[in-house]
Design a protein around this ligand. Structure first.
Ligand code: NAD
Length: 329
C-alpha cells in the first residue's frame, strides 16, 4: 500500500456519533476529505451522550440520522454524495451485554454489515473499512495475536458477530473486487469513551466513592489503545491504496492489568479506589495483546500514547464534564 495522504476522498462514516466516530470525523475533515456522518442513535447507551459527542467533535461534516439497514437512505447517500470510501463503525458494542441479549448483535453487526455492503456493490464505493475487534480472537492460539491465526475462536456473541462480519467482508471483496480492510481494534479509550467501558465506569465509581466490582483477581491484561492512535490507523486505511481483503490489528501493543489501571485512575482523581472482587465472567479472555507488525507495514501504524498519559487525558476530560456525565449510562 502506498502512502496516499495527499488524496481527497468522499467518505461515509457510519456510527459517526459514537465514541470512535466522533474522533475520526474531525480528523478526516481536517485532512481535507469530504465527510458524511451517519448514525441512528442506537439505544445501547444514552442518545444525549452521542449528541454531546457530536457537539464536542465540532467538525463541519454533514450528518444523516439513519439506520445502516435502511437500504433506500443508504443508496441515496452513496449516490447523492458520490461516496468512494465507507468507514463502517456502526455496531452494537459490548461483550457482556451480548451474553444476555445476543440477537441484536447478529442483527446489527452481521445483517447490518451485509446490507451496507450490498448497497455499496453497485455504487461508486471503491474501498470499505470495517471496524472489527480483538474479540474475534477469544481463546485462539498465540499471544501476541497475529492476524492469520486459525481458527478464530470468539468467546462471546459480540466476538462471533465480528468474525461473521469479517467473513461477509471477505466474500464481498472476493466476489466484487472491492478492497476491504477489517481493522481489529483492541480496547480503545480516551475522552468520550463509551460509558459502559471499564475505564469510564471505574472513573465514575471511584469519583463517587463507590465500590468497583472487579471480576477475577484483576490481573487479567488488556491491550489498551488510545483513541488518537486508533484514529491514525483508520485514517491511514482510508488514505492509502488497499488491495483485496486484509484483517489488521490496531492495538497499543503493551498490555496492562486491570488493577494497575484502577490505581492510575485513582491517582489522577486524587481519590481512593475501593475494590470488590467478583467471580470471573464468561466471555472474557485473560489477556489481549496485539501484534501490530502488519499495521506498521501496511498503514505506517505505531502506537504513540502510553497508558499513563492516556488515563491522565481521560480523567481530565471526565472532570470537566462530570456533572453532565453522572446521569449518562
Ligand atoms: N471501543 C472499543 O474499545 C472497540 C473495540 C473493538 C471494536 N470496536 C468497534 O468499533 C466501532 C465503534 O465503537 P465505539 O466504541 O465508538 O461504539 P459506540 O457505540 O460509541 O459507536 C457506535 C455507533 O454506532 C451507532 N449505531 C449502532 N447501530 C446502528 C445502526 N443500525 N445504524 C446506524 N448507526 C448505528 C450507535 O448509535 C453509535 O453511535 C464498533 O463497530 C465497535 O464494535 C470498538
Amino acid at each position: 500500500m502506498e502512502n496516499g495522504s495527499a488524496v481527497k476522498r468522499n467518505i461515509l462514516v457510519t456510527g459517526a456519533a459514537g465514541f470512535i466516530g466522533s474522533h475520526l470525523v474531525p480528523r478526516l475533515v481536517n485532512n481535507g476529505h469530504r465527510v458524511i456522518g451517519l448514525d441512528n442513535f442506537d439505544t445501547y447507551y444514552d442518545a444525549e451522550f452521542k449528541q454531546s459527542n457530536l457537539k464536542e467533535a465540532g467538525a463541519q461534516a454533514r450528518f444523516v440520522q439513519a439506520d445502516i439497514r435502511d437500504e433506500t437512505i443508504i443508496r441515496s447517500v452513496l449516490s447523492g454524495h458520490n461516496i468512494d470510501t465507507v468507514i463502517h463503525l456502526a455496531a452494537r458494542p459490548g461483550v457482556r451485554l451480548s451474553l444476555a441479549e445476543p440477537l441484536p448483535y447478529f442483527q446489527i453487526n452481521v445483517e447490518g454489515t451485509a446490507a451496507l455492503l450490498q448497497a455499496c456493490r453497485n455504487s461508486s464505493v471503491e474501498r470499505f473499512i470495517f471496524a472489527s475487534s480483538s474479540s474475534v480472537y477469544g481463546d485462539s492460539e498465540g499471544i501476541p495475536a497475529v492476524e492469520d491465526v486459525t481458527p478464530l475462536r470468539p468467546l462471546s456473541p459480540y466476538g462471533a458477530s465480528k468474525v461473521a462480519g469479517e467473513a461477509v467482508c471477505y466474500t464481498y471483496s472476493r466476489l466484487y473486487d472491492m478492497p476491504i480492510l477489517a481493522l481489529r481494534f483492541f480496547t480503545v479509550y480516551g475522552p468520550r469513551q463509551r460509558p459502559d467501558m471499564a475505564i469510564h465506569k471505574f472513573t465514575k465509581l471511584i469519583d463517587a466513592g463507590d465500590e468497583i466490582p472487579v471480576f477475577g483477581d484483576g490481573l487479567q491484561q488488556r491491550d489498551f489503545t488510545y483513541i488518537s492512535d486508533i484514529v491514525d490507523g483508520v485514517a491511514a486505511g482510508a488514505e492509502r491504496t488497499l488491495v483485496g481483503f486484509q484483517a489488521v490489528n490496531l492495538g497499543g501493543a503493551s498490555p496492562v492489568d486491570v488493577l494497575t489501571v484502577i490505581e492510575l485512575i485513582a491517582r489522577n482523581l486524587r481519590k481512593e479506589a475501593r475494590i470488590s472482587f467478583q467471580p470471573l465472567q464468561p466471555g472474557e479472555p485473560t489477556t489481549t495483546f496485539a501484534n501490530v507488525s502488519k499495521a506498521g507495514a501496511l498503514l505506517g501504524f505505531e502506537p504513540k500514547v502510553g497508558i499513563e498519559e492516556g488515563i491522565s487525558n481521560f480523567v481530565a476530560w471526565y472532570k470537566e464534564r462530570r456533572n453532565v456525565l453522572v446521569g449518562a449510562s
